[in-house]
Each structure stands twice: as structure tokens, then as C-alpha cells.
Design a protein around this ligand. Structure first.
Ligand code: URP
Ligand code: ZN
Ligand code: ZN
Length: 453
């Protein structure tokens, strides 16, 4: 499987250059102008396209179990939709039940992931800190799972106390792991949820009111203090507010290594979407929630300036008709999450077209930085000789209107319904194999598991 891409605008770690990229078998074999390649090599004319490294989505929840049934995209469906959106690697969250052995949960996730078409790695969630946890974390890290997620919300199922957070930081430090955090003050959320429900306020629009911006900012501030106490770096997932960004900026200014991830939904959508007839607001119930106008600009600025390092999707789709509906009488029972694995690269490119960030920042946030932070670089995340030939050929011309009618994700709503995207993904390659060219070409089981350094 060899081919050469000609005359593309290549976004490489050395900058943007117009030229050729030669792929041999599964890897990038050469990059440069007017490459000489063996006779008979397939040629792909890319004069009109940006040539980007395949996206890395470092925050997905394929088939996440919930009381409303598993998240509706399985590992195969999510991978295929990712290809249609220019993403070629995911890092999914193994989510054990509280008290369950981490290794046992990992076995379950491996069973589910066998069918996937996309290259993937795992983070491990830590829903409690028991006598075995530090030992299991050590074993996981040496097996290539070296990022651990803790939750400060969802106290009934996944959230842990501050002293256990410190224990996780210590254990991660001992095994060279990185702790990532869902930062919302779970006790405040529970208090506010009960407050609204006691007044008969059960509609989706009370979801954001029960998780206001200060709920996130307080938790980010606290976990930065805990990370400081432990002398460890920390990665804040799905940052959604200007308030949280200010806390992160201050911690970084004071010398702490705090990484921040945001998601396209927090860049593009706002909390007005919750107040819709016929329970339609439920489609947007996710945590943290969509925010009032103003926060989106702050996040774009944070992303453009490098205060926000990565953009992931928190892909966690639930069907409106059969799953979200469980919360029709009580917003706290609506399964949390939305789908977006297919939309990230297009929406970020739209930001580039609107001059909100540069193409280099887009590529860094969507591919290179997640690869570096989570130990996949240089095999993944950049156009480099010797790297896997994971590519996204992006056609900047024209417009695409996003819709559930045309997307490939297994979900009956698009949270971006009607959003106009600049251009579209023309072709996606995973390890030299064309997996999308307007149609998906993906076999079950072709995805490769990636242990990390
Ligand atoms: O609402 C969300 N984000 N659901 C997925 C789980 C999480 O909190 O990341
Ligand atoms: Zn989360
Ligand atoms: Zn998540």
C-alpha cells in the first residue's frame, strides 16, 4: 500500500509547506517538494486540500454503561464516524464500577473494543481508592495505560473525596502517570438539583442551573491546590467556562503544570438550547453543561493563545427517543452526554476559516498536543517521516450544514444541527489505508490498540 499525495498544503511540526507526502505501507516515508517515488505509485492530487495529521480525540466514552443503557455508539460505530470527521485515533475511558478491580474493568473494555476500526488507547477512571488501587495503577502504567481520571462530581457513582484524590495523585506520581479530572463540585450540584426538584422544576433547563460556572471554577481551583500539595501535574478535561480558565491561568502563572482540554460544544453552543419545547433541550444535557454567552469567546481566546492545549469531544451519545426520555419527569435522570466525534475537525477548521485560531494551533490542539501529553508521539499526532500514515485531507471550499440526517454517528440528534461548517473532510487515511473518501471503508477489528509510553 504505497501512494503519494501531491502539492498539498502540509501542516508539519516545522510549519505549513506546500509539497508532497509519500506513504509506504503503514508509515510516512518522505515529505518534501517534488518527491521521486517508485514507478506505478498511486498519485493523489491534493492541490486544493490541507493535509493534516489524523485527529486524536483524547476523550471518548464508547458504549459507556448508564442506567439508560450504554452510550449509543459502539466502538465500531464511533470509529467509523470518527473517520468521516478526519479523526484516526481515540483514547477512551475505562470506567470501572466503584469497588471493581481496575484490571477486571479493563478486560471488559478490551472485550468491547475488539470490534473497533479505529486505533485506540485507554485512560483508566478511578472511582474509589482501595487497598489494591496503587498497585493496580502501577501495573496499568507499565502495561501502557498511564493516564488516570478522577471525578469530583457524580458522587453517588464515580466521584471521590479530596483525600482519595491526593492518594491518586501520589500513586500516579509513583508510576509516572498523569491525572485528569472532571472538575465540578459534586456536593454543590446535589444541593442545587434537590433545590430545583423540590420546587417541581424538572425540565432540562434546570440542568445548567444546577451546575453554574462557579461549580466548575471551585473544583478546578481545589484540584489545582491538591495537585500542588502532591507536586503533580494535572489535566482538566472538558473545560467549559471563562471562570475555570482564569483559575488555570493563575495556577500556570504560579508555576504549576496544569493542562486544559475543551470541546467543540463549549466553543459553539450556549445554554439557550436547553429552553426548548417538547423535551428537545434534553439532547444538550451533558456535564459540564453548555454555558451562557460570553464563555465561548473566552475559550476560543484560550485555545488561540495556548492556555487551552487540547480539543477533544467527550463523545458520549444517548438516543433522545429511548434513552434521554428517561428523564422526562426529572432532569437529573437524563443520561449525561452528547455526540460529536465526527464534527470536531470540521468545527475547528471553521474556527480557522473565521480567523479565531491558526491552522497550526488547530493541528496542535486536535492531534499533536494530545499525542505528546498522552504518550503517543511521534508515532501519532504529526506529519513526520517514520510516523503512522494517519492523514486528514481537508477541502476548505464550500460549506457543509451539519445534521443528524447525514451524520454517521448512531444517535438520533445532532447537537450541532444546522451549524454551518466551512469545507469538509475529503479523505481520511489510517496507517496508509483510505478509510473515508466520502464513504466509509472500515472493517470491524481493523483498529489497533496502542499501549502508551
Ligand atoms: O456529560 C458527560 N460529559 N458525560 C460523559 C461523562 C463525563 O462526565 O465525561
Ligand atoms: Zn467528565
Ligand atoms: Zn467525558
Amino acid at each position: 500500500m504505497s501512494f503519494v499525495i501531491r502539492h498539498g498544503q502540509l501542516v508539519t511540526p516545522e510549519g505549513v509547506l506546500r509539497g508532497d507526502l509519500y506513504c509506504q505501507n503503514e508509515t510516512i516515508a518522505a515529505i518534501g517538494p517534488d518527491l521521486q517515488v517508485p514507478e506505478g505509485t498511486r498519485e493523489i492530487e491534493a492541490r486544493d486540500f490541507w493535509v493534516l495529521p489524523g485527529g486524536i480525540d483524547a476523550h471518548t466514552h464508547c458504549e459507556l454503561p448508564s442506567p439508560a443503557g450504554p452510550a449509543s455508539d459502539d466502538f465500531y460505530q464511533a470509529g467509523a464516524a470518527a473517520f468521516a470527521g478526519g479523526t484516526t485515533t481515540i483514547i477512551d475511558f475505562v470506567t470501572p464500577e466503584r469497588g471493581e478491580s481496575l484490571m477486571k474493568a479493563l478486560d471488559r473494555w478490551f472485550e468491547k473494543s475488539q470490534k473497533t476500526c479505529i486505533d485506540y488507547a485507554f485512560h483508566m477512571c478511578i472511582p474509589n481508592f482501595g487497598p489494591e488501587t496503587a498497585g493496580e495503577m502501577k501495573r496499568l502504567a507499565s502495561d501502557g495505560i498511564n493516564s488516570f481520571k478522577i471525578f469530583m462530581a457524580y458522587l453517588a457513582t464515580l466521584g471521590i473525596r479530596d483525600d482519595d484524590i491526593l492518594r491518586v495523585f501520589d500513586a500516579a506520581g509513583d508510576c509516572g502517570g498523569l491525572v485528569s479530572v472532571h472538575a465540578e463540585n459534586g456536593q454543590m450540584v446535589e444541593y442545587l438539583q434537590a433545590h430545583y426538584l423540590s420546587q417541581g422544576k424538572t425540565a432540562p433547563k434546570y440542568h445548567p442551573l444546577s451546575r453554574p460556572p462557579f461549580v466548575e471554577a471551585e473544583a478546578v481551583n481545589r484540584v489545582c491546590a491538591l495537585a500542588k500539595a502532591a507536586g503533580q501535574p494535572v489535566y482538566i478535561v472538558h473545560t467549559s467556562t471563562a471562570d475555570a480558565l482564569k483559575v488555570i491561568a493563575r495556577a500556570r502563572f504560579e508555576g504549576q503544570l496544569v493542562y486544559s482540554e475543551t470541546c467543540p460544544q463549549y466553543l459553539y453552543l450556549n445554554d439557550a438550547l436547553y429552553d426548548q419545547p417538547d423535551f428537545e433541550g434534553a439532547a444538550f444535557v451533558m456535564s459540564p453543561p453548555l454555558r451562557p454567552l460570553g464563555h465561548q469567546d473566552a475559550l476560543w481566546h484560550g485555545l488561540a493563545s495556548g492556555l487551552v492545549q487540547t480539543v477533544a469531544t467527550d463523545h458520549c451519545p444517548f438516543m433522545q427517543a429511548t434513552q434521554k426520555i428517561r428523564g422526562i419527569d426529572d432532569f437529573t435522570k437524563i443520561p449525561n452526554g452528547g455526540g460529536g466525534i465526527e464534527n470536531r475537525m470540521g468545527l475547528l477548521f471553521t474556527g480557522v476559516a473565521q480567523k479565531k485560531l491558526t491552522i497550526e494551533r488547530m493541528v496542535d490542539a486536535c492531534a499533536t498536543a494530545p499525542a505528546k501529553i498522552f504518550g503517543l508521539y511521534p508515532r501519532k499526532g504529526a506529519l513526520l517521516v517514520g510516523a503512522d500514515a494517519d492523514l486528514c485531507l481537508y477541502d476548505p471550499r464550500g460549506e457543509t450544514v451539519i445534521s443528524a440526517k447525514t451524520h454517521h454517528m448512531n444517535i438520533d440528534r445532532s447537537i450541532y444541527e444546522g451549524v454551518v461548517q466551512k469545507g469538509k473532510v475529503a479523505m481520511t487515511f489510517q496507517r496508509g489505508r483510505c478509510v473515508f473518501d466520502g464513504e466509509i471503508h472500515a472493517d470491524r477489528g481493523q483498529g489497533r490498540y496502542l499501549p502508551r509510553k
